[in-house]
Write a protein that binds this ligand. Structure first.
Ligand code: CTP
Ligand code: MG
Length: 400
């Protein structure tokens, strides 16, 4: 799909200065565990099931920098990326971005870069609800604090006037989604730029906004305490940013020839028995990746035992494992595997296998092979074992 064919655009507003966070740079460029807030917010959009147009509203003078970050975050996905100069208020930043929408876009989401840990499921939900209802959609959470109306000023003698019935309150988040035409006309009709969100502009123009479930992780990073909370969520209680996984896989030889191993075909070697293509190297790598990220193992991957996966290529499983890692915020750093068996003679094709497997994983995969002095099932020539290790990192900054 070419960028012009995207029907969904996501405006990422990132033009604020971050006064309350109090750092030396605009908030969107502040780092959270090695990646800027903008890069984290945009990288979630690469996980959507369809390509989208991404328009970043950037602080003046930082447009190219923001565009480069967004490009990197979207990786090789087929999304279209641009950056516009944001305005003095959030409202003006959205207005500037609206002018950059591709002609084919019919649904527009507006998302705060500052809500950079929003899960992709929320984004998918908003898109689906806008399409289904043809109305505006805002995600939110119930209010848990008791809310008071006060008169006077908070710090100098203010008094409580009443208590608000919180059962009818919603703390709204982003992304907020709208049919494009209606959002554009609502922005054109807006008489003030004081709105702090887009649903306010939309309802102000008489359009309907529906609600959907938000997520705790979609909180807005506003103060240093919010940044610390986000760090805690990413790093977990142990604070580890890199994690290692290891796994083994063993398959017996079948009667027929036609081996698949390490992503290569070995037509004259005996095949390995197995439900899928029997590529024990690919399977061990999948388990090592998944366990490193605490995501279980290949048996827990939906559909692996499905008849549709009978004979499935190891590539399908490796790519699915890498996708699951990305969803959980992890990226592979490197992978190693050791093949234990008498055959095939591996040395001559090591480079090629490493290239193939590295392209699946998106990180270096290096391989070694050994025999066991005639001992055990591999030594007796009854099958092949593979040991794999994987190092994964919480969304590491890319090197370019
Ligand atoms: N935003 C924007 N243009 C502005 C102001 C805000 O694009 N002129 C964006 C911010 O970058 C942020 C989102 O709107 O992603 C929510 O705003 P807020 O959390 O208030 O961010 P800042 O305005 O940067 O922070 P502060 O108010 O503390 O300065
Ligand atoms: Mg602000």
């Amino acid at each position: 799909m070419s960028p012009a064919e995207c029907t969904v655009a996501v405006i990422v507003v990132a033009a604020g200065s971050g006064v309350r966070l109090g750092q030396q740079r605009p908030k969107a460029f502040v780092e959270l565990v090695g990646l800027t807030l903008l890069e984290r917010a945009v990288s979630t959009l690469a996980l959507l099931s369809e390509p989208v147009q991404v328009v970043v509203a950037a602080p003046s003078g930082h447009e190219q920098f923001a565009r480069d970050i967004a490009d990197r975050a979207l990786g090789s996905s087929a999304n279209a990326v641009s950056a516009v100069t944001g305005g003095v208020t959030r409202h003006e930043s959205v207005l500037a971005a609206l002018a950059a929408l591709e002609p084919g876009v019919t649904t527009v989401l507006v998302h705060d870069a500052a809500r950079c840990l929003t899960p992709v499921e929320v984004v998918e939900r908003v898109i689906a609800d806008v399409r289904e209802s043809g109305q505006g959609v805002v995600p939110g959470l119930p209010v848990t604090d008791t809310i008071k109306v006060i008169s006077g000023s908070l710090n100098s003698g203010g008094t409580v006037t009443s208590t608000v019935d919180r059962s009818s309150l919603l703390a709204v988040q982003t992304p907020q989604g709208f049919p494009r035409r209606d959002l554009e006309s609502a922005y054109q009709a807006a008489r003030t730029a004081d709105y702090t969100d887009d649903a306010g502009v939309f309802t102000g123009a008489g359009f309907i906004v529906r609600t959907c479930a938000g997520d705790e992780r979609s909180f807005k990073i506003t103060t240093p305490a919010d940044l610390a909370r986000a760090q805690g969520l990413l790093l977990g209680v142990d604070g580890a940013r890199v994690r290692v996984g290891m796994a083994t896989d063993t398959h017996a030889f079948a009667e027929n020839t036609g081996l698949r191993l390490a992503g290569l075909d070995w037509p004259d070697e005996r095949a390995l028995a197995g439900h899928s293509d029997g590529d024990a190297v690919a399977h061990a790598i999948v388990d090592a990746l998944l366990v490193a990220a605490g995501l279980g193992d290949i048996g827990g991957m939906v559909g692996v035992d499905d008849p549709q996966y009978a004979g499935a290529s190891g590539e399908v499983f490796v790519r699915e494992a890498v996708r699951r890692l990305a969803e959980a915020g992890f990226t592979p750093v490197n992978v190693t595997a050791q093949i234990v068996g008498n055959r095939p003679r591996f040395a001559g094709r090591r480079d090629k296998a490493e290239r193939v497997l590295s392209s699946w994983v998106g990180a270096p995969v290096t391989l070694s092979a050994t025999t066991t002095d005639g001992l055990g099932l591999t030594g007796e020539g009854r099958g092949i074992s593979v040991v794999a290790t994987a190092l994964v990192e919480l969304f590491a900054p890319t090197s370019n």
